[in-house]
Ligand binder design. Structure first.
Ligand code: MGD
Ligand code: MGD
Ligand code: SF4
Ligand code: MO
Length: 712
């Protein structure tokens, strides 16, 4: 055992919920141990570059705190007393709890709950097999992509865009509402190459001076939730100055004359008043994109996590349609490639057993669901049994107090399958230890790029640790699902069959080639053969209510949010949780560079670099409120309040507070996380969580000592 390899190198993909989906080279020290992780040089998107947190992955996968035994709760919920039990007993307990829940309230009382802690298609989506075969409640995935995808789809009709590698041959890269340096470093690789090789201008648009803004040649720091006003002014200038491409507009868009008329009053002065930007900055930006055919808009998720976020995405992507950037290599827009891969996951997900009449529950509203809110339950039975994989809702979901209260219900059985003792695992009845991506077989596809990448098992897991696939299969056996769609196959069999069904070759071929470049031809990627609507025209005037957006909730849930208030054209719309007399500040909870959502918050390497949970406050606001650097402040709204250490910084505009990172709840001074402040009200038109759209009050909390458990 443990025979040293001659430092072999394994090939895989990063499994994390990051648009980059990097192809990785992993140094293998022995059959259980990895060394350094590097980006694959030969992959044209990864280009040898990965983020620091994954380069240090040995620290996470070999962490002494990895869960290694099934743990059954003894003592009260959340008390932290456990006893080790065997796998067979643990799986029997889950199956038994599910059967009992079903007998008492019907199958919809069981809610398998998952998300994208791993993006592997087998390990992430296998939970659907169980769900469909047993008619357990569905999950409406609303936490991340909803507003962004709904907005993009409203314009283009398809979730694809210009080849993201074309950023490297662009003359102006606009990085809009994504902190790419922190959240998807490869965007910077290609953008900076364009600057070095072609003198390209990098423009960044954000609400604070983050690491990406610092790299930009033009950094536009606007008020939260005002991006559509900026987009309108850019388009107004195009019509005013003759930089609109009228030939392109006539051929490729729905109603350019109507748009021009609508935009007539929405000039830079109008937008300056709304966004807080100067007229000069808006004019300068419009002038750059007006003289630069190769302008590439890289549109992120961040600016859509506002209650008007779908409108903002649609408005931003309308800009290159007015200027005609779409026609040029290195021009146009990109948000996600989710529609290019055409992988048929039906077997992995057991789709053949799906019953469309089974209810769906909103992932983001798990607090209301678990607190038995009749509306959130869609009139169905209470949720009394859960299996949770790849997500940490007690930390990451809005209305955190409700989420916790729900998990503490005595009549709820919760099984959490996890790598670490997360905030959610701490509230469980049963915790099962999970493999990391290095320890199981899977397959990945990019969101922010164009490759399918294989991620084979490279090392043995710690003794006693099992994959998601194992758990789903074993529960299937106990619940009598052998022979049901998708059950009874290995990961490799599922991958091979999926590839062949999808006409993407075979597993053996993928193993030899490592990845498949699925980039569509130029004319399709740039929509030169038409946008994906019957009339092939880009829609400046979206059909919000009628849209078949990819994240549209099932009919039975009804339309979410005040969709009737969405504007007819790209426009600024006041749907945000605006500042008011009782809540003079706007708060955004932006991701931290060294964490990935709630992941990596267990590693010293990441914790040490992030320091401690804190709140960035503009010095003018701090002075007005009598707040000193390093002192403890309290922020709150009707959902709750918490204390944080103040960090004075002019990175954000006065009136805007920034909290970076999804820190474990226990790292906060009062033991509750930032998401107690975030609302779970569904965003228009089709739901979603507005993580950067929060109003709060702020006050000093006395001279309390700014101690931290972080970086310990
Ligand atoms: N290091 C790290 N990487 C990550 C993650 C992480 O937590 N940490 N999370 C991963 C996940 S799940 C996702 S979905 C992606 C998300 O990655 P991004 O697309 O980058 O989205 P966010 O990180 O939510 O926000 C990006 C930026 O938008 C800003 N922003 C907030 N409101 C507004 C606004 O109204 N207008 C504008 N212009 N900007 C605004 C935020 O302050 C932030 O700087 O990143 C992934 N990668
Ligand atoms: N305040 C605030 N809250 C946010 C956000 C924000 O910007 N601000 N961003 C939101 C967004 S965009 C997202 S996507 C969500 C993400 O929230 P989560 O889905 O909770 O995020 P992750 O931290 O990516 O993954 C959760 C867990 O998956 C586990 N995991 C990883 N691989 C495996 C596996 O193979 N098997 C099992 N069983 N477990 C595994 C990890 O150990 C980790 O604890 O958070 C949202 N919450
Ligand atoms: S987290 Fe993102 S940038 Fe880092 S290695 Fe994974 S895919 Fe690449
Ligand atoms: Mo996300």
């Amino acid at each position: 055992m443990n025979k040293p390899f001659a430092l072999a190198v394994g090939h895989t993909a990063c499994p994390h919920d990051c648009p980059s989906t990097c192809a990785l080279d992993v140094d293998l020290i022995d059959t259980r141990t990895i060394g350094r992780v590097r980006g694959a040089e030969g992959n044209s998107y990864t280009a040898g570059v990965i983020c620091a947190k994954v380069a240090r992955y040995a620290e996470r996968t070999h962490h002494p705190d990895r869960l290694k035994h099934p743990l059954q709760r003894v003592g009260g919920k959340g008390e932290g007393r456990w006893r080790e039990i065997g796998w067979d007993d643990a799986l029997d307990l889950v199956a038994d709890a599910f059967v009992k829940a079903e007998q008492r309230y019907g199958s919809e009382s069981v809610w398998p709950y998952h998300y994208a802690g791993t993006m592997g298609l087998v390990q992430r989506d296998g939970i659907y097999r169980l769900r469909h075969a047993k008619r357990y409640s569905n999950q409406f995935d609303s936490i991340c992509t909803n507003m962004a995808w709904t907005g993009w789809f409203a314009g283009a009709g398809r979730m694809t865009g210009a080849d993201p590698r074309e950023m490297a041959v662009s003359d102006c890269v606009v990085i809009w509402g994504t902190n790419a340096v922190a959240t998807q470093v490869n965007v910077m690789t290609h953008a900076i190459r364009a600057r070095k090789e072609r003198g390209a201008t990098i423009v960044a648009i954000d609400i604070y001076d983050n690491a990406t803004m610092k790299q930009a040649d033009l950094a536009l720091c606007l008020k939260p939730g005002t991006d559509a006003a900026l987009a309108c002014a850019l388009m107004h200038v195009a019509f005013r100055d003759g930089t609109a491409d009228r030939d392109y507009l006539a051929r490729y868009t729905d109603d350019p004359a109507g748009l021009e008329q609508h935009l007539a009053p929405r000039d830079p002065e109008w937008a300056a008043a709304i966004t807080g930007l100067s007229v000069e900055a808006i004019e300068a930006f419009a002038a750059i994109i007006g003289r630069t055919p190769r302008t590439f808009f890289r549109l992120g998720y961040g600016f859509t996590r506002q209650r008007n976020g779908a409108v903002a995405m649609h408005a931003a992507m309308s800009v290159p349609a007015v200027y005609g950037h779409w026609q040029h290599e290195g021009g146009g827009a990109f948000h996600t490639n989710s529609d290019i891969f055409g992988l048929d996951k039906s077997e992995i997900m057991g789709v053949a057993a799906r019953d469309a009449s089974v209810r769906s529950l909103d992932q983001s509203r798990i607090g209301a669901v678990l607190c038995n809110d009749a509306g959130a339950l869609n009139g169905g039975p209470p949720v009394t049994a859960m299996l949770i994989q790849n997500t940490n809702p007690a930390n990451v979901c809005p209305e955190q107090r409700l989420v916790r209260r729900g998990f503490l219900r005595e009549d709820l059985f919760t099984c959490v399958h996890e790598q670490f003792m997360t905030d959610t695992a701490k509230l469980a009845d049963l915790v099962l230890p999970a493999t990391t991506f290095l320890e199981h077989d899977d397959i990945y596809r990019g969101g922010g790029q164009n490759h399918i990448v294989l991620g084979p098992k490279l090392v043995e897991p710690p003794v006693g640790v099992r994959s998601n696939h194992f758990v789903i299969e074993e529960l299937g056996k106990r619940l009598g699902l052998s022979g049901q769609p998708g059950f009874g196959r290995t990961e490799r069999e599922l991958i091979d069959a999926m590839l062949q069904r999808s006409r993407r070759g075979t597993l053996a071929e993928l193993e030899a080639g490592r990845w498949i470049d699925c980039q569509p031809p130029f004319s399709r990627a740039h929509f030169l053969d038409g946008f994906a609507w019957p009339d092939k025209r880009f829609r400046f005037r979206p059909d919000w209510a009628g849209s078949r957006a990819p994240n549209r909730p099932p009919e039975a849930m009804g339309l979410q949010g005040p969709h009737h208030r969405l504007p007819e054209w790209p426009d600024h719309v006041e749907l945000t949780e605006s500042a008011d007399a009782a809540h003079p500040f706007r708060l955004a909870t932006s991701p931290a560079r060294q964490f990935l959502n709630s992941t990596f918050a267990e590693t010293k390497g990441s914790r040490g670099r992030e320091g401690q949970p804190n709140l960035a406050i503009h010095p003018d606001d701090a002075a007005a409120a009598g707040i000193a650097e390093g002192s403890v402040v309290r922020i709150g709204n009707r959902r709750g309040s918490l204390r944080l250490v103040a960090r004075l910084s002019d990175a954000a505009r006065p009136g805007v507070l920034i909290h970076e990172g999804l820190w474990p709840n226990g790292d906060f001074l009062d033991g509750e996380g930032i998401n107690i402040l975030v609302g779970a009200d569904p965003v228009a038109p089709f739901g979603g969580a507005a993580f950067h759209d929060i109003h709060v009050w702020l006050e000093p909390d006395g001279p309390g000592e700014a101690t931290s458990t972080a970086a310990a």
